[in-house]
Design a protein around this ligand. Structure first.
Ligand code: P1T
Length: 381
């Protein structure tokens, strides 16, 4: 199956042997009857497995070209499960530009358990090599990064990870498998905040992992069940429903994103626009080679780097709702320094470019002319 067919049918064979319903039923049950201990039809208890969640997990695996999918109660719960593969003394090399909540999980929870993190710029992946030692177990990267839209070369990172026998995990939240498929590029684990583009309607908080290796999948399933951060059947159903339009939504997100990036760069009040589709983006060539298009996430700074002006702009936007999150059909704006990335110390976040005037846009699928008019009236040009 090609991608646009997989979003609708991937992993969805025989979802309802009872009545042949086209959508998988919502199995709103905690448990399953057994004829004798162990005598059941494949499901015992809904933390360990639920048929609606299982249909979703197969769909996740399908769209990421993987073998095994796992669904969690949030994106952070999915990342948490990956980190539980580690033990005290292990080291992780992570990009220094990443979602603030991932940074908080790494530094405020896992550093306390004796895991060491190196946060480094990965625009040039050769930097990774310097930080590898015999304790390095995991390379964690986002690409495009949140919120600076940096691009990291997944294939080159995978070559390094393989050479040293280190796991490579890619947070594919911003790109989605419509744009980029990290497992095909050599990553071991793909992670999603499915809350975003995969769900697509800002109504479900969920996380996903997809892998190819059976042993790795078994270790992650063990953690999923043992730690228990699973999602419920209603949310699994909503996610399956959202996934079916991922490809058409992404196509429009990309079209609108391009027009808005071009409008912003032409506005004399704007200092810089971060969007990987620009030829002068530092890793534009890598973006072109590993992504099918450039997505609907854009960040920008106004001239003069004025905090108050940035706040005024996000307050004045009318169609773009000022809100945390991204990836839904509706356009959102955000002020990373005070919202999504406030948990990263100012010095650290400014090193990565998250300055006070940075504004992040999640470009939705409304009429792009209305979106540009909205930006014009808020920015004032
Ligand atoms: O919110 P949750 O589903 O737990 O996912 C966390 C997460 C992980 N990775 C990336 C790249 C993310 O963007 C997020 C969540 N991000 C936001 C809420 C945000 O507004 O950036």
């Amino acid at each position: 199956m090609k991608f646009n067919t997989k979003t609708i049918h991937g992993g969805q064979h025989d979802v309802d042997p009872a009545y042949g319903s086209v959508m998988p039923p919502i199995y709103q049950t905690t448990t399953y009857s057994q004829t004798t201990p162990g005598g059941h039809k494949g499901f015992e208890y809904s933390r360990s497995g639920n048929p609606t969640r299982a249909a979703l997990e197969r769909a996740f695996a399908s769209i990421e070209n993987g073998e095994y999918g796992l669904a969690f109660g949030s994106g952070l719960a999915a990342i948490d499960a990956v980190l539980k593969l580690l033990k005290p003394g292990d080291e992780v090399i992570s990009t220094n530009d990443l979602y603030g909540g991932s940074y908080r999980l790494f530094t405020r929870i896992y550093e306390n358990f004796g895991i060491k993190f190196h946060f480094i710029g990965m625009g040039n992946v050769a930097n990774i090599e310097e930080y590898i030692n015999d304790k390095t177990r995991l390379i964690w990267l986002e690409t495009p990064t949140n919120p600076m839209m940096n691009i990291i070369d997944i294939k080159a990172s995978a070559t390094i990870a393989n050479r040293h026998d280190i796991l490579l995990a890619v947070d594919n939240t911003f790109a989605t498998p419509y744009l980029q498929q990290p497992l095909d590029l050599g990553a071991d684990i793909v992670m999603h905040s499915a809350t975003k583009y995969l769900g697509g309607h800002s109504d479900v908080v969920m996380g996903a992992l997809v892998v190819r290796d059976k042993k790795l999948a078994e270790r992650l399933y063990f953690i999923q069940n043992a730690s228990g951060a699973v999602c419920g059947p209603q949310d699994s159903f909503l996610m399956l429903r959202g996934l079916k339009t991922l490809h058409v939504r992404m196509q429009r997100h990309c079209e609108n994103g391009r027009k808005i990036a071009e409008y912003l760069i032409s506005n004399p009040k704007i200092e810089k626009v971060y969007w990987p589709g620009f030829e002068n983006h530092p890793n534009h060539e890598i973006a072109k080679s590993q992504m099918n298009d450039f997505g609907g996430m854009i960040s920008f700074v106004t001239k003069g780097n004025n905090y108050d002006e940035a706040i005024r702009i996000v307050e004045n936007l009318k169609i773009f709702t000022l809100a945390e999150s991204l990836g839904g059909v509706e356009s959102l704006s955000g002020h990373p320094a005070s919202m999504t990335h406030a948990t990263i110390p100012k010095k650290e976040r400014e090193k990565a470019g998250v300055v006070d005037s940075l504004i992040r846009l999640s470009v939705g699928i409304e009429d792009v002319d209305d979106l540009i008019e909205d930006l014009k009236q808020a920015i004032g040009s």
